[in-house]
Design a protein around this ligand. Structure first.
Ligand code: PGA
Length: 300
């Protein structure tokens, strides 16, 4: 393979097209013209001897050769980031980039921790990605970021997973709900309407797994991807929900919601910071990981 004929620049263009699934959006992001992007992608395909994208209707998708190239491009990106961090370390600086991906529910506390880190290391660039668990696990599988925060690390990947903060999922109801203040069994929940997070979210995974083990089926009236919308709909009397305490904000203090006393709840799954086992973390990622574990140990 004539490796020297694919340039970093072409790989960067290729990765942008793969990420944005569009030549024109990649051109815009890279401040290039669309023909310039097309030429670079054609040059890459010529060097490899196989096309790297194919047209699916109006969308473009990676070919198997393109998938392989994307894995290689991300690996090179990792190596380069590590190199930059090492040089920054040699200069006694904490420069470089920190790429963190979080599940939706971690957005209530993690950005604050990240903010404190940014103030301490103002020269580190941060890339933050927030999506539901399924999408974050997909990013982890593709080695797209340095660190991942979730409470259900996947069992099928070779990862290092370090718990750092407690997480409780509770059953919430509007105040005045007939079940409020009573001791409930899981079977009591079967007669209620529920508003739950969407399939693919960690929160839904937790509920489904727990209730499947207990042999209870919930009447799920609505599945939503927004914790805030669920919280507000429960407060307005549309049903019950299972949410992380982190997602409740001050709704309990303001009397908009109450936590029901249900056997088997709260579900406890700590927040973990996760990375691929083979990943050599760049210095900023190592520093942030240490900080999360320290903060967790301090009971943050
Ligand atoms: P979610 O994940 O935000 O996708 O529900 C929460 C979790 O992993 O506990």
């Amino acid at each position: 393979m004539p490796r020297r004929r694919i340039t970093f620049r072409q790989l960067e263009t290729f990765a942008a097209v793969a990420r944005l699934k569009s030549f024109s959006r990649a051109a815009e992001a890279l401040h290039l013209t669309q023909p310039a992007v097309s030429i670079q992608i054609r040059q890459v395909a010529d060097v490899i001897g196989l096309p790297v994208f194919e047209q699916h209707g109006r969308e473009i998708a990676l070919t198997p050769a393109g998938e392989e190239l994307l894995v290689a491009a991300r690996g090179l990106d990792d190596v380069w980031n590590r190199f930059e961090s090492a040089i920054a370390g040699l200069k006694g600086l904490r420069r470089g980039k920190l790429r963190v991906a979080l599940v939706t529910t971690a957005k209530y506390f993690l950005p604050r921790m990240l903010g404190a880190f940014c103030r301490r290391y103002p020269d580190i660039d941060i890339e933050l990605e927030i999506a539901n668990r399924e999408r974050i696990v997909e990013r982890l599988r593709g080695n797209q970021d340095d660190l991942y925060v979730m409470s259900y690390p996947p069992a099928d990947l070779d990862i290092v997973s370090r718990p750092f903060l407690d997480n409780e999922l509770v059953v919430v109801a509007p105040p005045g709900h007939p079940a409020a203040g009573r001791r409930l069994t899981l079977a009591d929940l079967a007669g209620e309407h529920f508003l739950l997070r969407e399939a693919g979210s960690g929160s839904r995974h937790a509920v489904d797994e727990h209730l499947r083990d207990a042999g209870v089926r919930l009447d799920v009236r609505l599945s939503l991807s927004s914790n805030e919308a669920i919280r507000d709909l429960v407060a307005s009397g549309l049903g019950l929900a299972v949410l992380s305490r982190h997602a409740l904000g001050d709704a309990l203090a303001r009397g908009e919601l109450v936590v029901l006393d249900v056997a088997g709840f709260p579900l406890r799954r700590p927040w973990s910071v996760v990375h691929l086992r083979g990943k050599v973390l760049p210095l900023p990622a190592q520093a942030f990981l240490d900080e999360l574990l320290r903060a967790g140990g301090d009971g943050a």
